[in-house]
Unconditional design. Structure first.
Length: 644
């Protein structure tokens, strides 16, 4: 019999902690999602309404401690209960809503207005508390546009309006709150988050960090390289930049500081590496699943397309970390403090099996929700097989709680994005925005790419990655496609910039989280991370120039290899410019020179590539030979000669 009177579990925590309102609701949400997986024939609108209601209610309960008086606390409990009511109403009225009426023609009943408006208001409030004011204000702006459209003169006006139409579309159809973004969160993302939570309970996360440390710790700049590798592997499972920082950064940032890295650099390296985790197959975060749905393409194609760009991203970061370590003459970690590779594989290597199974099933094209559940179950069996990774029932229950709590940061942005997408679709704003973008760029693709990049970064400043990508995909992608960019390429272009907004000031959430761990200034860390991530900003443009980087069937393997070689070579030059070091310290003019070489090297054309490669190789060889000569190495690097 389970003891709920406060007896500690096998690895910390107490059973009675699960009886608090928030954990109980989180367990109920996880149970609801498991039921949906077992009985997938449950009406789609019931599934999505339950997902949104649970997410809103749990978000309200998790922010309960902000209220100090008994009255405000009681009011918060009432709000959480009200958040669950619309899902119950949808379930009880599903026959009438889905089969007994025609949306846009049949009138609404009073209860439709009550529960619809209630859920919309509570979604906005939960988003404000959890995600910040930016995304809430943006949603309010779009709602205002819906109602003001008939009164706006000129091209920006629209005829679609009215309170009844708004509630109908947003609450009683699969268009607004319960649209495609919420569908992805309900039917796919939750199960990957569940896998990540279960996998972590059985020591999978710690195994990844130990593997990275044992492989790179003995090398120059080992802790930073371990942070890059571990964050990439963890991010491919968690799919969240900030969560990745908080899970791996608490180990890697102190290690980086111990061997001499500046706190700002340590925090920046962790922030950029954790952000890039959303670019690494097989999971890649919620935005990748939304992309597959919007493109109506198998998720396995998205995974394959992401392979080379993600390798380039982490190669660039490893180059920067290595050059910085060489510049500062940083050593490695004491061997006695490092986990041993053999011991790590013997004790926890079996936890690689769920990851390998996940990768195989996703690439093979199996249903992704089924794959995630299989990997979670396999994690339980593998974890229980060895004493070193075994966990008890309490830890499994806590993983269900953790999965639900982590899903809030996906479910709420998706619900808000659904509101915005519905307004865009029914008001015709998307078509108008496409026309505006083409007009501003003059129909010139390079100008359009710059505008698209700025637009995605600006959207990412005010909202999470998933919402930023959805908005960019709806508003900006059609303009890119109109100018001849392939749909997959256009969406990957915007996908990268939406993700990189996490390390782009003035709102760089991943950088700020890492700065808190490193005890470094948040603003300075944000700008440092932005500089380290600069090669990542080149990758989306390189994808447009070299579509073969996405490994699409229509492109030859030669283009893929040539594009990869071009971009990688350019990243060596950019790494030298970012760190100010290439076998020796570089002055400002040399750094500017290598920036130019790095950017030009990405451009198409065999002669451009050969010239830029030579422009990199010649000074690199000179600096290398000079570094071997103690006398030459002592002299500062001169600026590039004009006549060279």
């Amino acid at each position: 019999m389970v003891d709920t009177d406060g007896v500690s579990g096998p690895a910390g925590g107490r059973w009675r902690d699960l009886l608090a309102p928030a954990p109980l609701l989180a367990l109920a949400w996880s149970a609801f999602q498991i039921a949906l997986f077992i009985w997938p024939t449950i009406s789609t609108i019931i599934q999505r309404a339950g997902h949104v209601s649970f997410g809103v209610a749990l978000a309200l309960l998790l922010t309960h401690d902000r209220f100090r008086t008994s009255i405000t606390r009681a009011l918060n409990y009432v709000m959480a209960l009200l958040a669950l009511a619309p899902a119950v109403y949808i379930a009880l009225s599903v026959e009438r809503i889905m089969n007994g009426r025609i949306s846009g023609l049949d009138p609404l009943v009073p209860a439709d207005y009550v529960f619809g408006v209630c859920l919309l208001i509570l979604v906005a409030e939960a988003s404000r508390r959890t995600l910040g004011l930016g995304i809430t204000l943006l949603a309010a702006l779009f709602v205002a546009y819906h109602f003001a459209g008939p009164y706006i003169p000129g091209a920006m006006g629209h005829r679609f309006g009215g309170f009844d139409q708004f509630v109908d579309i947003q609450f009683l159809t699969l268009q607004g709150l319960f649209g495609v973004p919420t569908g992805v969160s309900t039917e796919v993302v939750f199960y990957f988050i569940l896998f990540a939570a279960v996998y972590d309970v059985f020591g999978g996360g710690r195994m990844i960090i130990d593997l990275a440390m044992s492989i790179t710790g003995r090398r120059v700049g080992g802790p930073a390289k371990a942070a890059v590798i571990a964050s990439g592997m963890m991010g491919s499972v968690s799919g969240s930049a900030v969560a990745n920082v908080m899970s791996t950064g608490i180990f890697t940032i102190p290690l980086m500081r111990r061997v001499g890295y500046d706190p700002r650099f340590a925090a920046s390296a962790e922030a950029v590496a954790s952000t890039g985790g959303q670019l690494v197959p097989p999971v890649m975060g919620a935005a990748a699943f939304v992309m597959a749905d919007l493109l109506q393409t198998p998720y396995s194609q998205i995974v394959i397309a992401a392979i080379l760009p993600s390798i380039l991203f982490y190669s660039a970061l490893l180059i920067v970390v290595h050059l910085q370590a060489r510049k500062d003459s940083l050593g490695s970690i004491d061997v006695s403090a490092l986990p041993r590779l053999g011991a790590t594989l013997r004790e926890r290597g079996h936890m690689l099996i769920p990851l390998l199974w996940l990768c195989y099933r996703v690439v093979a094209g199996y249903p992704v929700d089924q794959t995630a559940v299989e990997a979670a179950i396999l994690s339980v069996f593998c974890g229980m097989a060895r004493r070193s990774t075994r966990a008890g029932p309490l830890q499994l229950m806590q993983s269900l709680v953790a999965a639900a709590e982590r899903t809030i940061n996906v479910a709420l942005p998706c619900a808000v994005a659904g509101i915005l997408v519905a307004v865009i679709a029914y008001s015709g704003l998307g078509t108008k925005f496409t026309t505006l973008m083409v007009f501003l760029s003059g129909g010139w693709l390079p100008a359009m790419l710059v505008l698209a990049a700025l637009g995605a970064l600006i959207l990412g400043c005010g909202m999470p990655t998933t919402s930023a990508y959805i908005m960019a995909a709806v508003l900006i992608a059609p303009a890119l496609i109109l100018l001849g960019v392939e749909p997959l390429v256009a969406h990957f272009f915007l996908f990268y910039f939406a993700i990189l907004s996490m390390v782009t000031p003035p709102v760089a959430l991943a950088s700020y989280a890492a700065a808190a761990i490193a005890e470094a200034p948040a603003g300075a860390t944000g700008w440092k991370a932005f500089g380290m991530a600069m090669p990542g900003f080149i990758i989306p443009f390189a994808i447009v120039i070299h579509p073969g980087l996405l490994l699409t069937d229509a492109i030859s393997i030669g283009d893929s290899i040539w594009g990869f070689f071009n971009v990688f070579t350019g990243f060596v030059a950019l790494g030298a410019a970012i760190t100010g070091f290439l076998f020796r310290d570089l002055n400002t003019r040399w750094r500017a020179y290598f920036v130019l070489v790095g950017v030009i090297n990405v451009l198409p054309g065999i002669w451009v590539s050969l010239i830029s490669f030579t422009a990199l190789a010649v000074p690199a060889v000179i600096f290398w030979r000079g570094a071997r000569d103690p006398v030459a190495a002592a002299a500062p690097a001169s600026a590039p000669r004009v006549d060279s």
